[in-house]
Write a protein that binds this ligand. Structure first.
Ligand SMILES: Nc1ncnc2c1ncn2[C@@H]1O[C@H](COP(=O)(O)OP(=O)(O)OP(=O)(O)O)[C@@H](O)[C@H]1O
Length: 289
């Protein structure tokens, strides 16, 4: 059982407060991709329940796409996975999130550790605009308390920019500001920044919605290249994108004012070609949403 800030007293699902932030541990070697397992996760904003008992396994080394109409709780679910939901005043939750079998919300687990293991890339690219490309990539090290020599940082910057598919475009201008890059390049810079702390999981909340089609395809290619070493969970409204990048899909729906719930989940191909639930079929075929 996990929990965050406050909780409607009348609700039977109990929560407990999360641990306070604590100094991070030093960087280890690159970890194998992590398996995420959400068990009966519910979420509230104040008294309003927005997610109802969502259980979903997100296997290691796979891309899981969260799909569904606007407002059904996809982003809230994503933010619960790396403990960002608890930053919202009056937000609360119940259920469990396990990373490789360990409770992400365990009292002894440091908040910074959870955020380092489970990184996040947002809808709008958010590099530090005045900071150099190089410093953007290594920014996460300082924030998570990881010490690295100059030579280690140099290697890390090249490695992460290469993995994010940006190295060749910026290798000769690492000291230029991150804000001077195009939108698609900025998003790949943010991916490189996330990779620098060696996460086991990368959460992506509509990472291409602010990008043109060419940049979108480049990010999709990057996602497929990364999945060998990091588990990816992506929220997308784009059904073609879900089919192109994901191995598995989960269809979220909030019907008639009820909290969001998962209607169906499974291998992406099956979800699109032979969905079990009529509502999934209607959604993936564009009949609503
Ligand atoms: N900070 C917040 N405070 C109060 N309610 C919120 C907050 N964030 C989200 N909600 C509500 O929670 C519900 C789920 O929102 P969420 O953003 O998770 O849905 P979503 O499926 O990701 O939507 P979209 O596809 O439009 O991004 C919505 O009804 C939304 O209004």
């Amino acid at each position: 059982m996990t929990g965050t800030t406050s909780m409607p007293a009348a609700d039977p699902e109990a929560v407990r407060p999360g641990p306070a932030g604590a100094p991070p541990s030093p960087a280890g070697p690159s970890s194998p991709a992590g398996a995420l397992d959400a068990r009966s996760v519910s979420a509230w904003f104040g008294e309003r329940k927005v997610l109802d008992r969502v259980s979903l396994e997100m296997p290691a080394g796979r891309v899981t796409a969260l799909i569904g109409p606007s407002g059904c709780g996809k982003s809230t679910f994503l933010r619960i996975l790396n403990r960002m939901h608890e930053l919202v005043p009056a937000a609360s939750l119940a259920g469990e999130v396990l990373l490789d079998g360990e409770d992400v919300y365990a009292p002894e687990r440091r908040l910074t550790e959870a955020r380092r293991d489970i990184g996040m890339v947002f809808q709008k690219p958010n590099p530090f605009p005045a900071m150099s490309i190089y410093d953007n990539v290594v920014a996460g090290l300082r924030l998570t308390g990881i010490r690295a020599s100059r030579a280690e940082k140099d290697r890390l910057v090249e490695e992460c920019l290469t993995k994010a598919g940006l190295w060749r475009e910026v290798a000769d201008r690492l000291r230029q500001p991150g804000g001077a890059l195009s939108g698609g390049q900025q998003q790949r810079l943010c991916i490189a920044r996330s990779l620098a702390v060696r996460p086991k999981v990368l959460l992506m909340d509509e990472p291409c919605s602010a990008l043109d089609p060419t940049s979108t395809r480049r990010i999709e290619q990057t996602i497929r290249e990364l999945v060998d070493e990091v588990t990816i969970v992506i929220v997308t409204h784009n059904m073609q994108q879900a089919q192109r990048v994901s191995d598995r899909c989960a269809f979220f729906l909030a019907e008639q004012g009820t909290p969001g719930a998962v209607v169906e989940h499974g291998p992406t191909e099956a979800m699109f070609t032979a969905p079990v639930d009529q509502r999934t079929s209607d959604y993936v075929n564009g009949r609503f949403g």
